[in-house]
Write a protein that binds this ligand. Sequence first.
Ligand SMILES: Nc1ncnc2c1ncn2[C@@H]1O[C@H](COP(=O)(O)OP(=O)(O)OP(=O)(O)O)[C@@H](O)[C@H]1O
Ligand SMILES: [Mg+2]
Length: 369
Amino acid sequence: MVEDTIFSPSFGNRPSYLVGREAILRSFDQNLQTRPGSRERSTVLLGQRGSGKTVLLWELADRARKCGYVVANPTVTSEGMLDRIVEKIQKDGERYVKENHKRLAGGSVGALGFSVGLQFTKDVQETKSAEYKLTQLAERLTAEGHGILILVDELQANSADVRKLVIAYQEIVGEGLDIAMVLAGLPAAVSATLNDRVLTFLNRSNKVVLPSLALGDIDAFYSRAFASIGLKVNDVLRRKAVEATAGSPYMLQLVGHYMAVYAQDDGTAEEQQVDQAILAARHDFQTDVCETTLAALSDKDAEFLIAMSQDASESRISEVAERMSVSVDYAQKYRRRLIDAGVIRASGRGRVSFAVPYLADYLRKEESV
Ligand SMILES: Nc1ncnc2c1ncn2[C@@H]1O[C@H](COP(=O)(O)OP(=O)(O)OP(=O)(O)O)[C@@H](O)[C@H]1O
Ligand SMILES: [Mg+2]
């Protein structure tokens, strides 16, 4: 075992180094530079479990703050989320308004309903809606020369609170105020079956589907990370570990962590230890990602996936339908739903393959017990 000061295989835990997200971060920085109201100001970030949505939101928060934005740190979709967003903006924006409060505390600020800094007067605080407060904050901060960035995690497009937020956001944009928003969630959160104002908004937003990490980037990171914690592993075995991550950020953390755990006391990891590490990582990944992904699906969706898991890599829809004893048309319905949910992907005419690593293997194991 070597001491692991690098890997953090835990949801929402910010990694010591964010691998392979430079292009996304760069375009996000550019989007923040666009004028208020442009389409690029609202982004929907979609990705499977463990693809790094939450940690990317925190990274975006840091970057936006450096550009002078007032940021509402990631708020999980929930009842009353608008109130929490208002509080977060007040807290983060305080630093920009406190010192010059006196100068601005004339008519216009009072008219917006503020008492001290970004605190509302008692009357506003107690009688006005969160939507109203959000608009007043946007007006005040825009006047101070600062934009607002709202970050939402675990997006549920059919939530009443998200609907309220989207409507408030659109109204604030309509008033020409400086605001931006990033909403992150599972691909299924934005399913085509929703037909609502939220869906229209999401469809018009800038959409980013988090891709798998490039194996080359993971390899370069492992090289550096292993050296820094004194883990000695040869190139062939390191590449084997890289392959085992299948480009998943969560798997990257798990494999790295277990490599450190299983390494010999002198820091060397031989084939046996690397295999043990991969096995342990796969086990955790299957419990945390595959199992929870399946739990969110219907029985029929699961049946479709089980039928697919009989094939080594790709499956033909016609064969999947036959195994399920249903018509091809009927199977198509499930194919569409599972593609929307990001669990499978189309791979050539009439074929599909798994989009979640190790899911096929998990299903085969489950079926054999
Ligand atoms: N780009 C990255 N480089 C290195 N590690 C990463 C990266 N992105 C995420 N991770 C790591 O992967 C794990 C999962 O990340 P995170 O919790 O952000 O995923 P998520 O997409 O929010 O998952 P969920 O849908 O379950 O909420 C964490 O351990 C995190 O540190
Ligand atoms: Mg998350």
